[in-house]
Design a protein around this ligand. Sequence first.
Ligand code: TRP
Ligand code: CA
Ligand code: ZN
Length: 337
Amino acid sequence: MPSRTPHTPPPYRSSWFRRAATAVAVLATAIGTAGAAPGAIAAPAPAAPTAAHPAAVAAAPDIPVANVKAHLAQLQSLATANSGNRAHGRPGYKASLDYVKAKLDAAGFTTSVQQFTAGGATGYNLVADWPGGNAGQILMTGAHLDSVTSGPGINDNGSGSSAVLETALAVAREGLKPAKHLRFAWWGAEELGLIGSRNYVNALPTAERSKITGYLNFDMVGSPNPGYFVYDDNPALEAVFKDWFAAKGVATEIETEGDGRSDHASFKNAGIAVGGLFTGAGRTKTSAQAQKWGGTAGQAFDRCYHSSCDTTSNINDTALDRNSDAIAHAVWTLSAN
Ligand code: TRP
Ligand code: CA
Ligand code: ZN
């Protein structure tokens, strides 16, 4: 008997190729050619991407909101175990950073911790780079990880921290090979006046700053009486979010509650394009807003803003889910080419 090589499928060359192949297989099933009936027309093989005809942008995965909520539950436990907060200079902050860092290290990110001093205490930023992509074209995504001292900071800003973390973990799960380089960051001492992010930007040499094609900021994305606010600082970045929400049938408004009140201001001040999402803080939802978004008119978007009741009960799951999915969509779209 001649020895035979057992048939094995060829290794897929890239996640793009795998997705395209999967799409063709699904299409073949849908049109009934999967069984290769005699005379059936085979679905055409996908053409390889070239510079002139780049690959279609792969769709971002759905971010499981349960995973985002699991991170929030961990941050809540860390606050509870550390005097009820995760504030700059308090043990709950460093415990939060260690939690996020361990998840990223296990997923294959290259992490680094940047130290600074503020208010007489040591503060920390966490930066996580996804290996690969064009080192001269960096898309950054970030959220502040510190709370105020008065509470656990679950909506402000466990929500943004956890949504960005789960997006980074999705990048790893999918084995994303973006054209741009992806960098994620969790900032310290935002609540003391954007201190961590300003330290990071100030420490970057001019040549390094100019490689950052955009910075996306997520601060409060699960407010219990939510609005859907998109930063309007940069039209291209704004459009990515606006179009995504419009396609889901969710109305958006321009973010106006806090011009310069979060870490994107540190980047904008250095001339870097910024974008982001926000579901509202202490401002009151109007009746027009309640009509388009539901929720309660005449009540704050977040009645527990900067208070001890900003716990895991202070989250609207639908807002957290939509914003998490929108973050992933933006990261995938903006890094693809
Ligand atoms: N950054 C503020 C905080 O952490 C919250 C906030 C108010 C905000 N207005 C904003 C965040 C507008 C983003 C955009 O307390
Ligand atoms: Ca989701
Ligand atoms: Zn905040």
